[in-house]
Design a protein around this ligand. Structure first.
Ligand code: RP5
Length: 161
């Protein structure tokens, strides 16, 4: 049994954000692993993770990092497995630094870049689910049900607190 999604992040401090992706994958019954892989602090780990990703059967990688956030782009340079990038919110520059570090990839090595922070991480999980659902009709049904439940939870009119 292979693991479908790799959630990787630059630091333990990214986990509260990246956990939002994991919660979505849990809710949709998608197999994943979560690993700390830092472009700067553990470059050898990044290299071996990228080198082995396709052979291990990973189908999507969700990569989150903050600040000088090189992890998603470097991972995209090392594997053909699609990489979804999550810019983690930072204290100094509110995550705009992370976003700019991830989004502006040169031609040839794409990273599908999400919004900054928790919403971006959750959407990364949903984007991974959408990709996997192309090959998995049962997952497609679960994803459709998840989306319908979200829609149904939105009231038609606002109310006072
Ligand atoms: C990045 O530096 C990580 O992705 C993290 O968002 C940021 C800060 O890391 P810590 O100093 O909290 O470990 O590499």
């Amino acid at each position: 049994m292979t693991t479908d999604v790799g959630i990787i992040m630059g630091s333990q401090s990214d986990w509260p954000t990246m956990k939002e992706a994991a919660l979505i994958l849990d809710a949709l019954g998608i197999s994943y692993e979560a690993k700390i892989v830092s472009a700067h602090r553990t470059p050898d780990r990044l290299w071996s993770y990228g080198r082995e990703a396709a052979g291990r059967g990973l189908k999507v990688i969700i990569a989150g990092a903050g600040g000088a956030a090189h992890l998603p782009g470097m991972m995209a340079s090392k594997t053909r497995v699609p990489v979804i990038g999550v810019p983690v919110q930072t204290k100094a520059l509110s995550g705009v630094d992370s976003l700019y570090s991830i989004v502006q990839m040169p031609k040839g090595y794409p990273v599908a870049t999400m919004a900054i922070g928790a919403a971006g991480a959750a959407n990364a999980g949903l984007m991974a689910a959408g990709i996997l659902a192309l090959m998995d009709p049962a997952l497609a049904e679960r994803l459709d049900a998840w989306r319908a439940a979200l829609s149904a939870s939105i009231p038609e009119e606002p109310k006072d607190d």
